[in-house]
Design a protein around this ligand. Structure first.
Ligand SMILES: Cc1cc2nc3c(=O)[nH]c(=O)nc-3n(C[C@H](O)[C@H](O)[C@H](O)COP(=O)(O)OP(=O)(O)OC[C@H]3O[C@@H](n4cnc5c(N)ncnc54)[C@H](O)[C@@H]3O)c2cc1C
Length: 476
């Protein structure tokens, strides 16, 4: 593939184009296991830049992979066909905040935390912060339909996107949606862009509806000797009259990891659940918390602590917050990989799914734990394994396939929040088998030359272990 670097420099300026090997290496991977070198990294500053780049790329049939912070966990922004990585982080202006309309307009490269910092003086927030909000961009979270610990009450990115501007593969700029809270005007194309993972167009401006910041929050924590009892408590909470703002599970492997690596001295039980309620007043929140406490007790939850003191709450949540880091250091020689990392199942299946994850991990000689936003049905797992051993990759591949077969059979889905891209694609394609042809037709209508983030999702390889390069040194 021949790319005219000078032409790209004439569009965005020479400092915003790089084909230096060190830059290409940095942009060759994200938070997933995959790696592939781009041919060039280009950093547009505005919509016109993006249009010109796309016109050129489409004419020359050069692949273009949009990229936010590169925190995707399944190879989302890994350019497996080479070509241009389009780094959108420079387009990070907050264009408008309209408190009376409860909306804002932003460029795609603004981070979620920066956006919420800018909204705070207006008593407003964009309430779907992912744990990665310090770096994750608005464009990336919308393209992945991300969410996080607040999803049980506040939903996902899709619930807040009311309109957007998109540059299509051929460079045409289109405006989608409206500036109203509801819209019943034909196809909701802005919603089609949500979860499109950079395969349908470049999101260059977004209108988001906002919420008032809850003024008061209180948190609780409960221990369970049996995972199943925690599962029953979760189901009853989700079915109750209370909608918690957070409902998280940590399993025994996660507890061991936190005790071992961070000396957190958590009780060695099969499950801990952490819950939070929020609202505009103390009076609205405390009775809700009491309901959740009673439910936990009914299912043999013990050691129940509640607090509305911000410092104490930070302490209570610190185990959950530090879990990913603790898992990374859990076993000498084992790396923590984000494979099968965010499945979602019906709430009644949380405990069963967690057990299944443990059992499958054991059988395939890898360590798999279960934790996550159980209130919204999301279970995270990490696969801890010796990434230097070829046979461990085959173990992981089989474990991933088995857990997704289970998830599909109970009516769940391969991804609750992180998206599909490469590593989740084989199982997701089985789940969505009846709609793949339609998805491919939609992709073709948007991107006839297949230049936008090609070979992802419905077009991803069926065996990611052999068909993609891994970013680990594998022996044998
Ligand atoms: C430690 C850690 C914690 C995490 N916690 C969460 C969590 O709680 N919740 C959650 O949902 N996710 C979480 N993630 C995953 C990740 O942060 C999210 O998927 C996030 O949405 C990715 O944003 P990004 O800006 O990094 O996008 P990238 O990874 O750069 O890109 C993601 C996808 O979006 C596309 N894209 C990016 N920008 C645009 C654009 N402007 N137009 C069109 N397509 C675009 C890319 O091509 C790619 O397919 C976590 C990741 C890590 C490493």
């Amino acid at each position: 593939m021949k790319i005219d670097i000078e032409n790209l420099k004439s569009i965005v300026g020479k400092n915003n184009v790089s084909d230096e090997i060190a830059d290409l290496y940095v942009y060759s991977s994200d938070a997933s296991v995959h790696q592939a070198m781009p041919s060039v990294v280009v950093r547009p500053k505005n919509i016109e830049d993006v249009q010109k780049i796309m016109r050129y790329a489409d004419m020359e049939k050069i692949p273009v992979v949009p990229r936010g912070a590169g925190s995707g966990t399944s190879g989302h922004s890994v350019p497996i066909d080479g070509g241009i990585v389009l780094d959108l982080k420079q387009m990070n202006r907050i264009l408008e905040i309209r408190p009376y309309d409860m909306l804002c307009k932003v460029e795609p490269g603004v981070t979620i935390d920066d956006l919420n910092r800018a909204l705070k003086p207006y008593d407003l927030w964009y309430p779907t912060p992912p744990e990665s909000g310090r770096i994750a961009t608005v464009g990336g979270t919308i393209a992945n339909n991300g969410s996080g610990v607040k999803a049980i009450k506040y939903g996902a990115a899709r619930d807040y996107v009311i309109g957007m501007k998109v540059v299509l593969a051929n460079g045409t700029l289109i405006t989608l949606g409206a500036e109203t809270r509801v819209e019943a005007s034909g196809y909701q194309l802005h919603r089609l862009m949500v979860g499109s993972e950079g395969t349908l167009g470049i999101i260059v401006e977004v209108s988001l509806s906002l919420r008032r910041i809850p003024k008061f929050a209180a948190m609780g924590i409960a221990n369970f000797n049996k995972l199943e009892e925690a599962g029953e408590a979760i189901s009853e909470i989700v079915n109750s009259e209370v909608i918690p703002s957070t409902l998280e599970l940590i399993d025994d492997i996660g507890i061991m990891a936190l005790n071992k690596t961070l000396d957190m001295k958590l009780p060695e039980v099969e499950a801990i659940i952490v819950f939070e309620c929020d609202g505009r007043t103390k009076g609205a929140v405390n009775p809700d918390l009491e309901v959740l406490k009673r439910i936990c007790k009914r299912h043999n939850g013990f050691g129940i602590k509640v607090s509305s003191d911000p410092q104490e709450m930070t302490k209570m949540y610190s185990g959950r917050k530090k879990l990913f880091a603790a898992l990374s250091r859990y076993k000498e020689g084992f790396a923590c990989t984000s494979l099968a990392d965010d499945m979602a199942v019906p709430n009644s299946k949380i405990a069963e799914c967690a057990r299944k994850i443990h059992e499958i991990g054991k059988r395939h000689h890898v360590i798999m734990n279960a934790y996550g936003h159980c209130g919204s049905g999301v279970l995270h797992t990490k696969i801890l394994m010796d990434t230097t051993k070829k046979e461990q990759w085959e173990d992981a591949r089989q474990a991933v396939e088995e857990i997704y077969d289970y998830v599909r059979n109970v009516g769940g889905t391969a991804s609750g929040e992180h998206g599909i891209a490469l590593s989740k694609a084989p199982s997701w394609k089985k789940e969505k088998a009846v709609s793949l042809a339609l998805m491919r037709a939609i992709k073709k209508a948007f991107d006839p030359n297949n230049i936008l983030n090609p070979h992802k999702m419905q077009d991803a390889p069926d065996d990611w272990v052999t068909a993609t390069k891994l970013r680990y040194q594998v022996r044998g």
